[in-house]
Design a protein around this ligand. Structure first.
Ligand code: CAA
Length: 292
């Protein structure tokens, strides 16, 4: 099957990034949101990112040409003729299932449904629809326009031709796809989450300060983003949610949330997006580690 028209559910950080890369790759894209104000915010981010990429000379066309293929909508019916729909809404199982159930009746029968979830079971999401063989995971990484990886996730019910179509589609987006199966966390979070949680535990145990642990991993291992910087970047609420899903699945201590992570989330310190997390972002150009 050929993919021509792409639907994206959600115009937040991930949804807008996915829409942007699909538009850049030449696909017609419709992004669905519940309110116009979320579309406006997401499209402003896309325009800023496209301008930056154009300035660096990494866009093959003008930002306007890419933007011309992207459309925002608050009407589910406008996604009816999409060949693939990629969902990137808030990580809430019940919300996602409700949305899939409604869209299943609206979107054409042979369209592929893909979720960008980082931790929720694709198999469980699939049960909200009557197209289990046409349901997969496509897990992108933040910031989507820059990060090359897509995890292509299959369930025991995914049809081979659907999986291969999605794999090729990821390539057409200019990404490098990897094959993985529906085990919570897939490849990246299975390895990344225990590492990030260990950084918090190391701090709790007094192994080093936030800055020193951060610098150690950047300068000693060459990681592009330091652990506490990455935690604040991903979002502490998101990380906390992922720990619950992963711990619930595997019942292993390495996926359990350290007490400090819970305290930060309870206090509303979600990281960069809330202005405060392991670092204080009052001056975004010079974040200062908080004393925790
Ligand atoms: N669009 C276009 N350009 C962007 C951009 C975007 N969305 N975001 C950043 N840039 C630009 C910056 O403006 C900057 O431009 P200049 O060189 O002109 O200043 C350039 O990209 C480089 O950015 P930075 O100088 O800020 O920093 P950097 O060299 O460290 O690169 C990075 C940024 C690619 C994000 C790099 O830090 C990196 O690879 N970080 C790791 C990110 C990561 O691990 N992501 C995965 C998170 S986990 C996840 O997403 C999944 C999950 O399930 C939780």
């Amino acid at each position: 099957m050929e993919i021509k028209k792409v639907g994206v559910l959600g115009c937040g950080l991930m949804g807008s990034g996915i829409a942007q890369v699909a538009g850049t790759a030449g696909f017609d894209v419709t992004v669905l949101e519940v309110e116009q104000k979320y579309l406006d915010k997401g499209f402003a981010g896309i325009e800023k990112s496209l301008a930056k990429l154009a300035e660096k000379g990494t866009l093959k066309e003008s930002p306007e040409a890419v933007r011309g293929r992207l459309k925002g909508s608050t009407k589910q019916e406008e996604l009816a003729d999409c060949d693939i729909v990629i969902e990137a809404v808030i990580e809430n199982l019940q919300e996602k299932k409700k949305m899939y159930g409604t869209l299943d009746a609206i979107i054409k029968k042979d369209a592929i449904f893909a979720s960008n979830t980082s931790s929720i079971s694709i198999t469980e999401l699939m049960t909200a629809t009557r197209r289990p063989e046409r349901f997969i995971g496509l897990h992108f990484f933040n910031p989507v326009p820059l990060m090359k990886l897509v995890e292509v996730v299959r369930t025991i019910a995914t049809a081979d031709n659907v999986y291969e179509t999605a794999y090729e589609f990821s390539r057409k987006l200019g990404k490098v796809p990897v094959r993985t199966s529906d085990k919570t966390g897939f490849i990246v979070n299975r390895l990344l989450v225990p590492y990030l949680l260990d950084a918090i535990r190391a701090y709790e145990e007094g192994v080093g300060s936030i800055e020193d642990i951060d610098n150690a991993m950047k300068l000693g291992c060459g990681y592009p983003m330091r652990p506490f910087t990455l935690l604040d970047f991903v979002g502490l609420d998101t990380t906390y949610y992922i720990t619950h899903v992963m711990y619930d699945e595997f019942k292993e201590q390495r996926f359990a949330s350290p007490p400090l992570l819970k305290r930060l989330v309870m206090a509303g310190w979600y990281g960069r997006k809330s202005g405060k997390g392991f670092y204080d972002y009052s001056d975004p150009n010079s974040p200062k580690a908080n004393r925790l």
